[in-house]
Design a binder for this molecule. Structure first.
Ligand code: COA
Length: 195
């Protein structure tokens, strides 16, 4: 639902939960689609590529079985939503993953979670698809859908402090400043709220 005049970056096709559901980018040939069972090998390839996981130990240190479990979980949606991950398609080619790896109550109180829910967003692009603005576009669609489609009040993006491409994406493309946590390598790169 978009009750403001804010121009969304996507058009929806179908409804969330339908197998045909997708977010189609308005300005590019990208679409975000819910992973299906037949997409699990593609997702595994993306997660197992060390070039995609060097800054994310939860992926790089996971076993094949654990990664397959993650990929399989993404093919169905929990109710209420606690995550929503998409496969990024450029025309008919899957090129990465983008979505909300976590959705939950802003204050940690799940009983009140319908009132005020937030999300944590992320994006992974296959190396061959980088440097073309696709990560920016995919993340923009995730932000817009999270805030205006799902009604989240806030979306955070976290990353390792050494992740220069992600830092550039957030700071240069989105114009958002990083807030680094002291004492560890994780950073909160951005916190978005409705325009
Ligand atoms: C983080 C990551 C997604 C960034 O990908 P990316 O390709 O650099 O980001 P974009 O797709 O937005 O591309 C931006 C670059 O494309 C260039 N570009 C080319 N055409 C463009 C266009 N039409 N629009 C915007 N940018 C364009 C930009 O100039 C920019 O280049 P620069 O970084 O040299 O300034 C990628 O490095 C990745 O997948 N890393 C591994 C996974 C990861 O660490 N994810 C983050 C954890 S959440």
């Amino acid at each position: 639902m978009n009750t403001t005049s804010y121009p969304l970056s996507y058009q929806t096709v179908g409804h969330l939960g339908d197998s045909e559901f997708k977010l189609q980018s308005i300005s590019t040939d990208l679409s975000l689609r819910l992973p299906r069972n037949e997409d699990i090998p593609v997702i595994l390839n993306i997660l197992q590529n060390k070039a995609n996981s060097e800054f994310d130990k939860s992926i790089s240190e996971a076993t094949s079985e654990e990664l397959e479990g993650i990929a399989r979980r993404w093919t169905s949606l929990p109710q209420p939503l606690t995550y929503l991950n998409f496969l990024i398609w450029h025309r008919d080619t899957p090129i990465g993953i983008a979505g909300l790896g976590w959705i939950g109550a802003t204050d940690g109180d799940e009983a009140e979670s319908n009132l005020s829910r937030a999300g944590a967003a992320g994006v992974i692009l296959e190396p061959v698809a980088r440097g073309k603005g696709y990560a920016y576009e995919a993340l923009r669609m995730v932000f817009d859908y999270g805030l205006y489609g799902l009604g989240l009040v806030e979306i955070r993006v976290g990353s390792h402090s050494g992740n220069v491409p992600m830092k550039r994406l957030m700071e240069q493309s989105f114009g958002l400043e990083a807030e680094w946590n002291s004492g560890d390598d994780s950073g909160q790169l951005a916190e978005l709220e409705k325009a």
